[in-house]
Design a protein around this ligand. Structure first.
Ligand code: URP
Ligand code: ZN
Ligand code: ZN
Length: 476
């Protein structure tokens, strides 16, 4: 099957130019101006951008959490991702407490195999970093599960102490893997949260009040210092606060291999959303949404421009308001933590970043596709280039649409961005050569998505220097 995309403008992280694209089978076969070659299907991309499919390096399909499960399955979640212009996800498998990494991995393969509509990889959540599991980390890296998420948060659930984090970091210096950190001081947060509940603050706003920005900054600093001592790289997931960003900036000044992502919710939402009585539960996630007045959101945008933050993932972890978030009525500590967002990321960052003039179209592509491909070891993804997988989106940078639970494809009963108009939308989405979305119609199928064995980062000074290049000038 050959598909010719004609008349569009390719937007890659390193260049933007007018060209046609020929897809042959699963790969990009040819790129050139005014290509005149036979094809089974021709897509008119006049006036549109041709971008590499989005890569969301942070999702939680069916995550067991807070006494329930994140609602999207690999089928519904990856379908929704595709509608939003994302053609690869990296989901977090979970090591069962007391069990091995491979036991967790088997469960996740079972969830995804035959169901995912787009390609997917796995990270490994470390619930219980026992010494005897250190060699198993090496085997996972060899098998293409190259990173491990540890937590300084959630005592009694996923929390690891400093010694365990240090040992895991040290192990990655031997096996080429990468430690991903959820950095918030969980034990101290629990003290403040208990105080708030004792004083009568039981609504969702208590979640935001208990988790001070400094608790994220402190944990970020601590882990950076542990990583420096271990001689290991480290990556911070869902960075939300200036306090943490300042620590990452300082690490970059020192030349340390520290990476960090933020998420749309920390750019577009704020502490106020946690108000409004129990409605605020729709916005309970960790770290929490931060106060606009304290300037966190503006600083995160600066971090994306300066490349102190390398990418935007979603932390997609959807729980229905009815029946799931409601588990925490009367005690905010029992609200399942997590927000939906896998479908909205590409458009939100385009609208808030490119349309508003903060970043260039190429930087947008880098944040939502190219940087995750490089950092997470996916050499066949993240660019519209000959020989790479034909994961392509024909993107209309001018089309306006309204985000709403009435129209989204995620299996969750609310949208965090209900009623928000965004500019930019995915018209045609191609996953490894197959058109899966065209003009709002679903043409894909469960099971089309393949498991991606990722490459250990080999710790790529190359990656680091690539990503640490001077930030593209803001447009407008
Ligand atoms: O609130 C969140 N972030 N839920 C998902 C689990 C995690 O910590 O990433
Ligand atoms: Zn986390
Ligand atoms: Zn997460």
């Amino acid at each position: 099957m050959k598909t010719l995309i004609k008349g569009g403008t390719i937007v890659n992280a390193d260049a933007m130019f007018r060209a046609d694209v020929l897809v042959d089978g699963e790969e990009i076969a040819l790129i050139g101006v005014d290509l005149d070659v036979p094809a089974d299907k021709v897509i008119d991309a006049t006036g549109k951008w041709i971008i590499p499919g989005g890569i969301d390096g942070h999702t939680h399909m069916e995550l067991p959490f807070g006494g329930t499960f994140a609602k999207d399955t690999f089928e519904t979640g990856t379908r929704a991702a595709a509608f939003g212009g994302t053609t690869t996800i990296i989901d977090f498998a979970v090591q069962p407490m007391g069990g091995t990494f491979h036991q967790g991995l088997d469960i996740w393969h079972e969830k995804a195999d035959g169901k995912a509509c787009i390609d997917y990889g796995f990270h490994m959540i470390v619930s219980d970093m026992r010494d005897e599991l250190l060699p198993e980390m090496d085997r996972l890296v060899e098998e293409g599960v190259t990173d491990f998420k540890l937590f300084t948060a959630y005592p009694g659930v996923f929390y690891s102490d400093d010694a365990r984090i240090f040992k895991a970091l040290r192990q990655t210096t031997r096996n080429g893997g990468l430690i991903l950190m959820h950095a918030e001081n969980g034990p101290v947060i629990d003290v403040v949260a208990a105080d708030l509940v004792a004083q009568g603050t039981t609504d969702p706003i208590g979640h935001g009040l208990a988790r001070y920005p400094v608790f994220e900054g402190e944990a970020t600093n601590r882990v950076i210092r542990l990583a420096k001592a271990a001689g290991a790289p480290v990556y911070f997931v869902h960075l939300s606060a200036t306090d943490a960003l300042d620590e990452v900036r300082q690490a970059h000044h020192e030349g340390l291999p520290v990476f960090a992502e933020t998420c749309p919710q920390y750019l577009f939402l704020g502490l106020d959303d946690l108000g409004n009585g129990f409605e605020g539960s729709k916005f309970v996630c960790s770290p929490p949404l931060r106060d606009w007045k304290a300037g966190h959101q503006a600083e995160l945008w600066k971090g994306l421009i300066s490349d102190d933050l390398q990418l935007v993932g979603t932390d997609h972890c959807p729980f229905d308001f009815h029946g799931q978030k409601e588990l925490g009525r009367g005690d905010f500590r029992k609200i399942p933590n997590g927000l939906p967002g896998v479908e909205e990321r590409v458009d939100l960052v385009h609208d808030g970043g490119v349309v508003s003039g903060k970043i260039t179209p190429s930087r947008w592509v880098e944040l939502v596709s190219t940087a995750p491909a490089r950092i997470f070891g996916l050499p066949k993804k993240g660019s519209v280039s000959v020989g790479l997988d034909a994961d392509i989106v024909v993107y209309d940078p001018n089309r306006k649409h309204v985000l709403s639970a009435k129209t989204h494809h995620m299996d969750v009963d609310y949208s965090c961005y209900e009623g928000r108009e965004v500019q930019g939308g995915s018209d045609v989405v191609i996953s490894r050569g197959k058109v899966v979305v065209e003009n709002g119609q679903w043409l894909g199928s469960a099971g089309h998505g393949k498991f991606l064995r990722r490459e250990p980062r080999g710790f790529a000074e190359a990656t680091r220097s690539k990503l640490a290049k001077p930030a593209p000038a803001a447009v407008g």
